[in-house]
Design a protein around this ligand. Structure first.
Ligand SMILES: [Fe+2]
Length: 324
């Protein structure tokens, strides 16, 4: 059953105000009617599964070197990955598509050519990843534009969050937990994402996403309706809207022990940021006497500070509320 507590918006028939109201109330929402073909998502899932099933040494040819923005293959189950020493039962592959407006297959192949972390197989991997990235960039732009219109965010700043956006496309492969995880370890600790919008799809394997819902005690398990993405507000969007839209707190839990040994889980995550040279400043329309302006923040420095901090892919949330 889809999570009834998480609002769901059909973008094909809803007004801009609907998605903004949902994010202001809940910091996350399902969206349908998004225009991203189901076949594209299933193609990306299948090709990524085939990549993850390659031998370690073959995947290691496209491994993230440990500096610069995250990209390529990152085996977090293998501690010397460069991303901290608290190894997790997770691997991921991550891709950044060079900016550009040509989203034809020829254009996408050209724009993705300079990315230096393409595996030689499975066949067709690169083009499908580039197609998906381009499709989600359009979706992110449409949602951000709705937010910007409704909240009257400065129009000269919209392009930095839309056509000039920076984004990483990630596929996570959570390994089946053949052995019980160490005490206290869960698949992802409570955190908020550091960017603008996160656009997520996940399979229905046990051991999945849980979110905090304002006014709802404890954690809400997220079960995806058919063809839906979950959009989640991140730190930078919260900063731009001066916390009128708050960042979504979420975690990924372990599967129940009785099914853990066959609980491989895959998720596809589009991490949207504004152009990394952007200094994110609270929009004047979101500032009032009751809501004084927060401090500005440099988007690129914000991202690189998370890369540089061992194990801190996300800004970890100190869970001080009850009901966990
Ligand atoms: Fe996250």
């Amino acid at each position: 059953m889809p999570s009834r507590l998480v609002p769901s918006i059909d973008l094909a028939s809803s007004r801009d105000e609907s998605v903004v109201a949902a994010l202001m109330a809940s910091s996350c929402a399902f969206v349908t009617g998004h225009g991203v073909a189901d076949s594209l998502r299933s193609d990306l899932t299948e090709l990524s599964r085939a990549f993850f099933d390659l031998p370690f040494q073959e995947k290691a040819r496209v491994r993230w070197p440990g500096d610069g923005y995250w990209r390529g293959w990152q085996p977090l189950f293998d501690a010397p990955s460069g991303e901290g020493d608290d190894s997790q039962p997770l691997e991921r592959y991550e891709f950044h598509l060079a900016p550009g407006s040509d989203s034809s297959d020829e254009g996408l192949l050209r724009r993705s050519a300079e990315f230096g972390f393409w595996p030689s197989r499975p066949e067709g991997f690169r083009l499908v990843w580039a197609r998906y990235h381009a499709a989600l960039a359009r979706l992110a732009s449409a949602i951000v534009t709705s937010i910007a219109k409704v909240l009257d965010l400065p129009e000269d700043e919209w392009p930095d969050w839309c056509e000039k956006q920076f984004a990483n496309l990630v596929v996570n492969n959570y390994l089946a937990q053949v052995d019980p995880p160490p005490s206290g370890q869960i698949r992802q600790r409570p955190h908020t994402d550091i960017g603008g919008l996160t656009i997520l799809w996940a399979d229905d394997a046990p051991g999945g996403l849980e979110v905090r819902m304002p006014g709802v005690p404890g954690w809400t398990a997220v079960e995806f309706p058919p063809d839906a993405f979950l959009i989640q507000a991140g730190d930078l969007l919260a900063r731009w809207t001066n916390q009128m839209i708050r960042p979504n707190i979420h975690r990924v839990v372990n599967p129940p022990p009785e099914v853990a040994a066959c609980s491989r889980r895959m998720s596809i995550v589009y991490f949207h940021y504004p152009k990394l040279e952007t200094v994110v400043t609270p929009a004047p329309s979101c500032v009032s006497a009751e809501r004084p302006a927060g401090v500005s923040i440099d988007a690129g420095a914000h991202l690189l500070s998370a890369v540089a901090e061992p194990g801190a892919r996300y800004r970890e949330f100190e869970d001080t509320t009850s009901g966990t």
